[in-house]
Write a protein that binds this ligand. Structure first.
Ligand SMILES: [Zn+2]
Length: 438
């Protein structure tokens, strides 16, 4: 018997105990739960598992067949939670527009971005900023008056879909661009903003991962890098160059982990493309959209120490939360990322903040928790989630125009290519706080 058959056999013996058939793909998984005391006793916190939530004394995990086999091998009892979470996670998607329903695939987005460019000449320009490992194009939509010229205006950046399964994070920045272009002639403040700034929108930072999430495995998070140990994917929101690999809590050096940081800062084409764009313009504010939690998070993520402009970051975040709540009462929390959510290192906003000193935010969109849909927003809610975030996006754009930064840089900048911290000097990972990877 080949060793590769072993996990399947172990799994088969466990599958007989459950009511759910084993998934068809080796890379797919489903939600299982483990009693909190069993989780701690088996020290599962060190295994880089994809933790979703803790509820009623149980830890919920997205587990692949291999991981379920490992749990079985460790004699950790687990329950398949198929009744609460469909294996493919297609709740809320009509499938009338294909398997991804009203959400954009990479090609559908390209078509719609081209249409915006065609319909708004002089205001919209579509640029290819990089290519993924599987050869897909990473697009940035630039919106400004005299868009073809570099007028050296203050730049604002909105980006989505670092994480493949966070489909709603594509739609909010895309709809923002559409809103600006379609209201330029009708809305004086939109016109003022577009005339005075450059607004850069990258709705899909991770096209390969998104396609994999649509077609193979709905819970996929990372890009599709083939790692040396046979696993796939780098978490591109742990691959940026500020405090990359600072410790093994905020990211992982294990390639199979869902928060694997890659082999070096900017080792991935997606983060390299975004670095190139960001360094070429005078960015004064940015939002990186994720889901889910209804949080507005700001640097630092890698440490609980306050950022140099902590008060300003917090004030702007608080204003944005108030604007979101003002639409129909949806409550977003705001705070320093490492304190409100969990430690991360090598993430997008720590890096952009370190470079520009500009207000940089991660917004975890609706819903508030996994019992309200988690990563799987009902497609009927796309418009409402965008409308709630619109005033905050307009406000941040206005703020960027009115508040030039840095003057001189207020942040001690550690430029690209910081020396990676050697693995031997990394702190041993403690049992992590049990929060989902978002
Ligand atoms: Zn995310």
């Amino acid at each position: 018997m080949r060793w590769t058959n072993l996990p399947a056999l172990v799994l088969a013996s466990f599958a007989a105990l459950s009511l759910t058939p084993a998934p068809a793909f080796a890379q797919t998984g489903q939600v299982v739960s483990v009693a909190k005391e069993d989780f701690a006793a088996a020290r599962l916190g060190r295994r880089g598992l994809d933790l979703l939530m803790e509820k009623d004394g149980r830890i919920f995990i997205v587990a692949t067949p291999g991981e379920m086999a490992a749990l079985a091998g460790l004699r950790v009892p687990f329950t398949i939670e198929a009744s609460r979470f469909l294996p493919q996670g297609l709740q809320g998607v009509s499938q009338a527009g294909g398997i991804n329903g009203a959400y954009h695939s990479t090609l559908e987005l390209e078509t719609d971005l081209r249409a915006l460019e065609r319909d708004h000449p002089g205001l919209a320009s579509l640029l290819e900023i990089g290519k993924t490992l599987e050869g897909r194009k990473i697009y940035a939509l630039k919106i400004s008056d005299n868009v073809a010229a570099d007028e050296r205006e203050p730049a604002v950046f909105f980006i989505g879909c670092h994480h493949a399964r966070e489909w709603i994070s594509v739609e909010v920045p895309f709809l923002f661009g559409k809103h600006l272009l379609e209201n330029y002639d009708k809305d004086q403040e939109v016109r003022n903003l577009v005339d005075a700034s450059e607004i850069w929108i990258v709705p899909i930072a991770n096209p390969d991962g998104l396609e994999y999430s649509i077609h193979v495995y709905r819970y996929w998070r990372k890009n599709r890098r083939a790692n040396a140990d046979g696993t796939f994917g780098v978490d591109i929101n742990r691959n940026y160059g500020y405090a990359w690999g600072f410790d093994n809590i905020g990211s992982s050096g294990l390639p199979g982990s869902d928060v694997y940081r890659g082999t070096a800062p900017f080792s991935e084409p997606e983060t390299a493309a975004i670095r190139g764009l960001f360094l070429a313009h005078d960015f004064r504010a940015m939002i990186s959209f994720h889901s889910f939690a209804q949080d507005i998070l700001f640097p630092w993520g890698y440490t609980t120490e306050a950022a140099p402009t902590d008060a300003e970051l917090g004030a702007v975040a608080g204003t944005m939360a108030g604007l979101i709540a003002g639409v129909r009462g949806t409550a977003y929390s705001s705070g320093q990322a490492s304190r409100l959510l969990y430690l991360t290192n090598g993430d997008t906003v720590d890096w952009t903040y370190s470079i520009a000193g500009a207000p940089s935010y991660t917004i975890e969109l609706s819903p508030v928790d996994i019992d309200h849909g988690g990563f799987f927003n009902d497609e009927a809610a796309i418009g409402a989630i965008f409308e709630e975030n619109l005033p905050a996006m307009l406000y941040l754009t206005r703020y960027a125009i009115d508040n030039p930064v840095p003057r001189p840089p207020r942040v001690r900048v550690r430029r690209d290519g910081i020396r990676p911290v050697p693995e031997s000097r990394l702190k041993l990972a403690r049992t992590p706080v049990l929060r989902p990877s978002r």
